[in-house]
Design a protein around this ligand. Structure first.
Ligand SMILES: *[C@@H]1O[C@H](CO)[C@@H](O)[C@H](O)[C@H]1NC(C)=O
Ligand SMILES: *[C@@H]1O[C@H](CO)[C@@H](O)[C@H](O)[C@H]1NC(C)=O
Ligand SMILES: *[C@@H]1O[C@H](CO)[C@@H](O)[C@H](O)[C@H]1NC(C)=O
Ligand SMILES: *[C@@H]1O[C@H](CO)[C@@H](O)[C@H](O)[C@H]1NC(C)=O
Length: 400
């Protein structure tokens, strides 16, 4: 009897092993973004492809009671070979009024915003405590493309002009928008130090639900030689065709679709960016943000709006530290360096069932029976069943 059981167990585990090997071959067989990638692959740090995407850690904020999102995120991360660190979400009711700094927060923000603010501040605390060089912060309903690592490999290259040097201040009169194709960006020097994304940045805003292209009229800080720069990634097959470039089904067409040829991704400084599905902070960025929004300022709005304003330079010079239109002294001085990308590389997954814990964005807009993730073609969330059980990966936004 015992022998029979053992044989059955060995056979069972053998079958499981074969299934796992087939699964892993299937995943590794997923094509990368070859035609752009091949020109760049040897030149950007391979660290971008590691299990924390070239950051030191990836944090995922999750309210303990949202076990549904916890389950989905655990699987999504495993299926794309990412190593995540959980960060506890905070219910608004657990944040005493006296720590919020402002007096009138109840008039201007929702209780859920208070919890969200605290959860993000707690992650910044951890990043500073642990002296991490950089970290990616995800909300637990974020989704991404199965080809994320190749996308980030290219993004890291595209970000270099913004993150590598301290920019030179220019005069407003000779400022105009410059488009630079990624292929014309010289290879970054071999990375010996902290980040494959460059050494001089605060925030890389990789997942959002809207951002603007900066123009000379939107700038609120003294213009530099990168304020109006846009790095274009042409013919990117992971970018949906123009009719699908919308934040939600009833949204207006994105500016991106109007201004650039189909399948172009554009990397540029953040301007009016909203939603914090995914953003990376450097150590210097985490310190600046915790000082500004944990120590100094009252909470008056949702965290994503506060971060957006900060990136736009709303606090630049207000304390006299960097005023008079001069670049600050030394590294990290001057206006915040926040770089973003259109379409975003991470996006909000609209699943079936419960809406956001903060408000209910898209509540009336989204067809409750249809799961979807804006902008993300080979969605991990929508392909999860096929990735686990087998089957062809499906493109959510086919060209037609
Ligand atoms: C991934 O690369 C980054 C940047 O070099 C590094 O800080 C991080 O520790 C690496 N992650 C892992 C899991 O090795
Ligand atoms: C934090 O890291 C930086 C460089 O990564 C290092 O110079 C510094 O000594 C570290 N600080 C602590 C307290 O470990
Ligand atoms: C901006 O100016 C800095 C300092 O002069 C320079 O190193 C950098 O290459 C310039 N960037 C661009 C995109 O022109
Ligand atoms: C950069 O690194 C690559 C591979 O590690 C090496 O072949 C190349 O010689 C290095 N370049 C410089 C300038 O050090």
């Amino acid at each position: 009897m015992i022998v029979g059981h053992r044989a059955a167990a060995i056979a069972f585990f053998g079958i499981i092993t074969v299934i796992l090997i087939i699964q892993s071959l299937r995943l590794h067989g997923v094509p990368t973004i070859r035609h752009v990638g091949s020109q760049l692959s040897s030149e950007t740090s391979a660290d971008v492809l590691n299990t924390t995407l070239g950051f030191q850690k990836i944090f995922v904020i999750n309210l303990p009671e949202r076990t549904d999102r916890h389950d989905a995120m655990t699987l999504a991360a495993a299926l794309t070979n990412l190593q995540i660190t959980w960060a506890k979400g905070v219910p608004g009711s657990e944040v005493p009024d006296k720590v919020v700094l402002g007096e009138d927060w109840e008039k201007s923000i929702l209780r859920g915003n208070k919890g969200s603010w605290r959860a993000h501040m707690n992650v910044l605390n951890t990043i500073i405590d642990q002296n991490l060089t950089s970290a990616l912060i995800l909300e637990d309903d974020a989704d991404w493309d199965i080809r994320l690592k190749s996308q980030l490999h290219i993004f890291a290259r595209a970000a270099q002009p913004f993150t590598q040097h301290n920019p030179r201040t220019t005069t407003p009169s000779d400022d105009k928008v410059t488009n630079l194709p990624i292929t014309s960006i010289p290879s970054p020097p071999n990375q010996s130090s902290s980040s494959p994304y460059g050494q001089n940045w605060d925030v890389l805003w990789l997942g959002h639900c809207g951002t603007n292209f900066p123009t000379s009229t939107t700038l609120t800080t003294p213009p530099t030689n990168t304020s109006l720069l846009r790095v274009t990634i042409p013919n990117d097959p992971t970018v949906p065709s123009p009719q699908h470039l919308k934040a939600h089904p009833f949204a207006l067409q994105d500016q991106l679709a109007e201004l650039y040829p189909p399948h172009t991704r554009v990397v540029h400084p953040s301007s009016g960016t909203i939603c914090t599905q995914a953003y990376a902070v450097s150590q210097q960025g985490a310190r600046k943000l915790l000082w500004r929004f944990g120590v100094k300022e009252a909470l008056t709005k949702g965290w994503d709006l506060a971060l957006g304003e900060w990136c736009d330079g709303a606090f630049f010079g207000v304390d006299g530290s960097n005023g008079n239109g001069k670049q600050g002294k030394g590294k990290g001085g001057g206006a915040p360096v926040c770089v973003t990308v259109q379409p975003p590389l991470f996006s909000h997954h609209f699943g079936k069932g419960a809406a956001s814990d903060i408000t209910a964005p898209g509540g009336g807009f989204v067809n409750k029976d249809k799961e979807m993730t804006p902008y993300v073609r080979w969605s991990v969330r929508l392909n999860m069943g096929r990735l686990v059980e087998g089957g062809e990966v499906r493109d959510q936004w086919p060209d037609e």
